[in-house]
Ligand binder design. Sequence first.
Ligand code: SF4
Ligand code: SF4
Ligand code: FES
Length: 323
Amino acid sequence: MSTPVQVQDLQEAEVVFRVKRYSKEKGDYWQEYKLKVDRFTQVTEALRRIKVKQDPSLAYRASCHMAVCGSCGMKINGEPRLACKTLVLDVVKKFGTNVITLEPMDRFPIVKDLVVDMTEFYDRMERVKPRLYPSKEVLEYKAEHRLKPEDQRLLWKFAQCIWCGLCVSACPAVKEDPLFLGPAAHAKGFRFLRDPRDTITEERVKVLADSAWRCTYCYMCYHVCPRDIEPVTAIKKTRALLKSVKPMGPAQEVGHKHSEAVYESIYTYGKINEGVVYVKTYGLIRSLVDMTYAFRAGKAKYALEKVEPVKEVEQVRELMRGE
Ligand code: SF4
Ligand code: SF4
Ligand code: FES
């Protein structure tokens, strides 16, 4: 039972940790542990005390306890977070209850309790070759290649990833699309794609160009990243940088048609004409097939609605022409 908590000036409290546990033998089950914590207790510290004093069979991962190693990602009251960067009493205050649920990260196979298998995540990261490939001259100490301050400023943010996987656990596109590299790999990929000292740009382009169009721009990675890396920004920049790369992959081609259709629609109508944009993006045959679903769902009338330009369409066009 959750107890309402007076959050003002909360210095210590008895907290109930509801941990979602899993083992091959027992499957999924919830287990509760009570622990007294003070305002300095991180979730990793609470787990350590539970493991040492109450239940040595509880499994979780943590190493640095200072948001550097990236090993303690989990869901805390449903939010993907680093357990070591989360103070227990902050969660109590935020949710107004002394019951805190701890679950393994979504989208990852569970090994035991809060420990997940990161193999596929690491594979995706490795596919973007997350390291600098300098020129032969630099490697042979015959040349020096310095990064300009403006390049350093651009790349710094994307170099801060600690490979915690929280963004991937929150990303709906990773779940749906096996060809999408995922937010962390894109942040890392862009960091090296845009580095002027790197020498394998062509290879990087092949890996990143199509995948970048598989992101749905939901911004979940932006919200959950404990290092404020904004993987979605890396994806946007990758799209912009590689927009004229040929040959295009399937997602890249659809993405281009879509953005051109949106531009034309706004230029013509001053707003988005959904029906026209859909046909221009996916082609007539697929649109007709999809229309049958719309009919069945009673939504076809929206696609068939006649769209008139907005009154101020000329002003919109002037803006788009930069006048
Ligand atoms: S913005 Fe893109 S990469 Fe980020 S969580 Fe959403 S779909 Fe995934
Ligand atoms: S981008 Fe952020 S959330 Fe994603 S793995 Fe790197 S540090 Fe973690
Ligand atoms: S224990 Fe290293 S990031 Fe949390």
